[in-house]
Design a protein around this ligand. Structure first.
Ligand code: ADP
Ligand code: MG
Length: 250
């Protein structure tokens, strides 16, 4: 297992958004999480990636207890996430958006204006090349120098993926990567996720687009009202009467 989140609980006031949810993820697995709006999926991601604390539970990642670590330390260990609503820097170019995601670059930039040593310059140059390689991989070279704010929804999702790839992740949590993305770009995104998966990266993918999720995920969880409703083989899970009821009856 690369990730084991146990009994994660998250309350907002008197409301329990996530209620003792346990999720584990194997090395090189793609796990899908579906569920109705408000089921607690994004809140679970925030607890796992560390943007929000949890009110109970423990999280192990790659042999480390990360339960109390801030998000940047989790990212440093290789655990990263994207957001349901892309958080690009609108007035930075696509290439600059990737550079801004790289750890410590801003600090090093500041420092390098005073002590411009060759190693720092090389580091900056290497990061720039790394960003270009990622843009090539994501087919974003054409928009390299375009302001990210002007991109289509699908391109923004690709930039989000590019930003987390700058961190050399072992595990990527994708929050609704296909929402607001046209079908051609959905296929493109799926293909990139499969390639990254083949390179050894594990994924958890939250998604409403069930067809795309079923095609991508080897295992699936359906959440409803803060808890896990069903878990297992994607087809079996989608045919589970409780899942059908939650989707149709909701
Ligand atoms: P999902 O991603 O499955 O649609 P969320 O995790 O975003 O669901 O939200 C789960 C529940 O928690 C919802 O009822 C939502 O309104 C509530 N919630 C999420 N974030 C907050 C917050 N910061 N403050 C209060 N309630 C929140
Ligand atoms: Mg959500």
């Amino acid at each position: 297992m690369i990730l084991e989140a146990r009994d994660i609980t998250r309350r907002f006031g008197g409301f329990t958004a996530v209620d003792k949810v346990s999720v584990s993820l194997g090395k090189q697995e793609i796990l899908g999480i579906a569920g109705t709006n408000g089921a607690g999926k994004s809140t679970l991601f925030a607890a796992i990636a560390g943007q929000q604390g949890s009110d109970g539970g423990s999280i192990m990642f790659d042999g480390h207890d990360i339960t109390k670590l801030p998000p940047y330390k989790r990212a440093h260990l290789g655990l990263v996430r994207t957001f349901q609503i892309p958080r690009e820097f609108k007035s930075l170019t696509v290439h600059e958006n990737l550079l801004a995601a790289a750890p410590n670059l801003r600090g090093e930039r500041l420092l390098s204006s005073f002590f411009r040593t060759s190693s720092l310059v090389r580091n900056e140059h290497e990061l720039s090349e790394k960003a270009d390689k990622i843009l090539e991989f994501l087919n974003l070279k054409r928009v390299r120098d375009t302001m990210a704010g002007g991109l289509s929804g699908g391109q923004k999702k690709l930039v989000e993926l590019g930003r987390v790839l700058m961190l050399d992740p072992k595990c990527i949590l994708l929050d609704e990567p296909f929402a607001g993305v046209n079908p051609v770009l959905i296929d493109e995104l799926c293909a990139r996720v499969r390639e990254l998966h083949a390179q050894g990266i594990s994924f958890i993918v939250i998604e409403h687009h069930l067809q795309a999720l079923q095609a991508l995920a080897g295992r699936m969880i359906v959440m409803d009202r803060g808890a896990i409703l069903a878990e297992g083989d994607p087809r079996a899970v989608m045919n589970d009467p409780r899942v059908q009821e939650a989707y149709m009856g909701g």
